[in-house]
Design a binder for this molecule. Structure first.
Ligand SMILES: NC(=O)c1ccc[n+]([C@@H]2O[C@H](COP(=O)([O-])OP(=O)(O)OC[C@H]3O[C@@H](n4cnc5c(N)ncnc54)[C@H](OP(=O)(O)O)[C@@H]3O)[C@@H](O)[C@H]2O)c1
Length: 255
């Protein structure tokens, strides 16, 4: 029997790369990002385990998204899609370059919406009980002054994915929203986030995040918050009055 396929966006580093390594035993892989050299290096390491196709696509553009949606229309082996590519930015909204912020929304939100739609169309047309993981963030649980667009984009992905989970559960399709906290990747450097100010114990590594996500997927859970600290934070955040939460979250994000 031929292996099923898993697609991973943002597979050239961090959490996406960790998904690629974890899934290689059980899936043929389609790895998507912009950095060809890094994708080639990852593919080279994995090709002794499985078939790996790499696709160069800028998912903040309609052309980049279109490349992937047209593949999804006709892939009879699709079983798992991981919407992982995203980036963040720091600074007061008013001081940010608006085109850059809108570009961030295109990737973090519009690509996730369009690709989720194409994936679910594929599963429903084949009556296939496949899986979709959308990567949000702990910042989707609270306001994020000085990272306004990023926080709002992740709150969208969280709400969107939980709703999709409920809609698709009756068809045996699992939609998971993965909400990592601080994870050691290239993310903070790209976003201009001062990671040196944070203590060691708040950090997870990508491999541990992915392991928890895939275990949670086996249990068909809607929300995966990896790490005890992140789960406790999410519980506490739920109990904090909004006004205090806004002030506290501003302090943490600015730090
Ligand atoms: N690290 C954290 O602390 C943390 C916490 C919570 C949530 N997250 C979420 O985890 C996910 C993965 O981030 P990460 O931490 O692994 O960061 P990362 O190391 O910076 O990886 C981001 C990935 O997204 C790809 N990407 C960026 N812009 C793209 C574009 N326009 N088109 C296609 N691909 C693009 C990058 O590849 P190319 O540059 O090659 O395109 C890279 O593979 C994101 O959704 C992020 O929001 C991260």
């Amino acid at each position: 029997m031929s292996k099923k396929s898993a697609y991973i966006t943002g597979a050239s580093s961090g959490i996406g790369e960790a998904f690629a390594f974890s899934l290689a035993d059980n899936y043929n892989l389609v790895l998507i990002a912009r950095n060809e050299l890094k994708l080639q290096q990852i593919a080279k390491e994995l090709r002794n385990k499985t078939e790996v196709e790499i696709i160069l696509a800028d998912l903040s553009t309609p052309e980049g998204i279109g490349k992937i949606t047209s593949l999804l229309e006709s892939d009879p082996e699709l079983d798992l899609f991981v919407n992982n590519a995203a980036y963040g930015s720091m600074g007061n909204f008013v001081d940010r370059e608006i085109e850059e912020e809108v570009n961030q929304l295109q990737l973090n939100v519009m690509a996730v919406v369009r690709l989720s739609h194409a994936v679910l169309k594929n599963y429903h047309s084949r009556k296939h009980t496949g899986n979709l993981i959308n990567v949000a963030s702990m910042v989707g649980f609270f306001p994020t002054p000085t990272s306004v667009i990023y926080g709002a984009s992740k709150a969208f992905v969280k709400n969107f994915s939980e709703s999709l989970h409920e809609e698709n559960k009756p068809f045996g399709i699992t939609v998971q929203v993965l909400c990592p906290g601080f994870t050691r990747t290239e993310f903070q450097d790209r976003a201009g986030f001062q990671k040196e100010n944070l203590p060691d114990f708040v950090w997870m590594d990508s491999k541990a995040v992915v392991e928890e996500s895939l275990n949670s997927l086996k249990k068909q859970e809607a929300v995966c918050i990896p790490g005890v600290l992140n789960r406790s934070t999410a519980t506490i955040v739920d109990m904090i009055p909004g006004e205090i939460l806004r002030i506290l979250s501003g302090f943490v994000v600015k730090k």
